[in-house]
Design a protein around this ligand. Structure first.
Ligand SMILES: Cc1ncc(COP(=O)(O)O)c(C=O)c1O
Length: 376
């Protein structure tokens, strides 16, 4: 069977667009020459846009796990205390890498199928002093759970700990803002949402992480951030060791495709596919292993909010026509907004009550204005 006909539905490597596959058969060039340097620079600048960072992005020829190792050994010293957030196999792997290099690893777990609650991180950082770094898997591929990375970053901010992120299966598919969210080291691989073959890891490093790397004492050579940065910054822009040239050729095509489509459209596309898959699986009568993430619950809450807005408007209209009144049924909306439906989609009782009161005041006001405009 021709391999390209295989309908590959694993999290990565993913099927590649034909033009990306073709690019990989381009003839080899001198990897320290000017031509390759230009291609590499463009690819890294494009990948930095997907990381949403203005810091230079580094590249190593390795699989995703190599990137996790690079993150750990460049900013930590043996004996450093590390808080490893784990809710699946890849969380465990990140912790194992840190342990292998002599970090004192404290594991903070959530049950598999659930995400890490940012509040849990706040409390763990309160319980454990001198945590040098927090390790987190953005999208836990083994269970299909996406952690609330932004919330976790907020919980870590101000604690003095660095935040190291495994974004191997998320970057390019799920919003991740390295600079805006204060993520110190973010690792991704070429073979998943970046639409390339396996063989390359990309790593963004914050100014704080660069500072930490100056005093970090874990052994490193191949994965040295400083060496990679210095050689990339040189005139010809090359990597310290022979790069995976076909991976760069492929990404020179796939990254512009991603950027042309635009990150918001790209993320929405992936969300739609995920939702379709979940709906399909449930339609088969199967249960989802992953619990709805906070994001999804909030989205559903927003949809419910839209339905409530329409309902409020409808109730107001009926009241006006039938009773000549422009007040909404507060009891009715409270009941709806605070009932089991609302709380099960992530609205707390307080926020649901506040939301329903806001709707009543704002919508009834709007409704009155519209009706008077129409001369009713
Ligand atoms: C979240 C996550 N982290 C790490 C890895 C490990 O990557 P690799 O197998 O390329 O070493 C994977 C691979 O699937 C992953 O999904």
């Amino acid at each position: 069977m021709e391999r390209s006909r295989v309908n590959l539905l694993i999290p990565g490597p993913t099927p590649l667009p034909p033009e990306v596959r073709e690019a990989m058969s381009t003839a080899m060039v001198d990897h320290r020459g000017a031509e390759f340097g230009r291609i590499l620079r463009d690819v890294l600048a494009g990948v930095a846009q997907i990381f949403q960072t203005t810091s230079p992005v580094l590249m190593f020829a390795a699989s995703g796990t190599g990137g996790l190792e690079a993150a750990v050994v460049n900013v930590l010293s043996p004996g450093d205390r590390v808080l490893a957030l784990s809710c699946g196999m890849f969380g465990e792997r990140f912790a194992a890498v840190a342990r292998a290099f002599g970090a004192e690893v404290i594991v903070e777990e959530a049950p598999w199928g659930c995400g890490i609650d940012p509040q849990q991180v706040t409390e763990a950082l309160r319980r454990h002093a001198r945590v040098r770094a927090v390790l987190v898997t953005h999208n836990e591929t083994s269970t299909g759970v996406t952690n609330d990375l932004r919330g976790i970053a907020e919980a870590v901010r101000g604690s003095g700990a660095l935040l190291l992120v495994d974004a191997v299966s998320s970057l390019g598919a799920i919003d991740l803002r390295a600079d805006a969210w204060g993520l110190d080291v973010v690792v991704t691989g070429s073979q998943k949402a970046l639409m390339g073959p396996p063989g390359g890891v990309f790593i963004s490093v914050s100014p704080n992480a660069w500072e930490a790397s100056k005093v970090a004492r874990m052994p490193r050579h191949y994965f040295s951030f400083a060496m990679a940065r210095d050689q990339l910054a040189s005139e010809a822009a090359y990597t310290p060791f022979t790069p995976a040239i076909p991976v760069i050729y492929a990404l020179a095509v796939s990254i512009p495709m991603i950027l042309r489509e635009g990150l918001p459209a790209r993320f929405a596309h992936h969300r739609r596919l995920a939702e379709m898959t979940r709906t399909g699986v449930q339609a088969l009568g199967l249960e989802l292993f992953a619990q709805a993430t906070l994001d999804e619950r909030l989205q559903r809450a927003a949809q419910l909010g839209g339905a409530l807005v329409m309902l409020t408007f409808g109730i107001g209209f009926v009241q006006y026509i039938v009773f000549g009144l422009v007040i909404a049924g507060i009891g009715c909306q409270r009941g709806l907004a605070t009932g089991p439906g609302a709380t099960s989609v992530g609205l707390s009782t307080t926020s649901a009550v506040v939301a329903s009161i806001v709707w009543i005041v704002v919508l009834d006001g709007l409704f009155a204005v519209l009706l008077s405009r129409w001369g009713l």
